[in-house]
Design a protein around this ligand. Structure first.
Ligand SMILES: [Zn+2]
Length: 93
């Protein structure tokens, strides 16, 4: 049986194939980036391509999933930058 590796959304814990998620990576320089092509090395997290998950990952004040999973401190401006970038990529319904 061919096994498809599953990824888990850090906001809602939904599992699924890689292409279903946005991949966010923290690279060696401690930058947190949206990894569009899956080419950046570093610690990575996945988020559903849904507003509610992006919002939860970046706008939760207590137990912030993004910072927790990437083990990095993000300034408010950095979070906003990532949030807006991802939000801009969502398919409008
Ligand atoms: Zn999700």
């Amino acid at each position: 049986m061919f096994h498809i590796p599953e990824r888990t959304c850090i906001a809602c814990r939904l599992k699924g194939p890689k292409k279903q998620f946005f991949k966010i990576v923290r690279n060696k320089e401690q930058q947190v980036l949206f990894d569009e092509y899956g080419k950046i090395d570093g610690r990575s997290v996945y988020l559903c391509k849904k507003f509610k998950c992006i919002d939860r990952a970046l706008h939760t004040k207590k137990g912030d999933p993004m910072q927790h999973h990437l083990k990095v401190k993000l300034a408010k401006e950095q979070k906003e930058e990532i949030f807006q970038q991802l939000e801009g990529l969502l398919e409008k319904e």
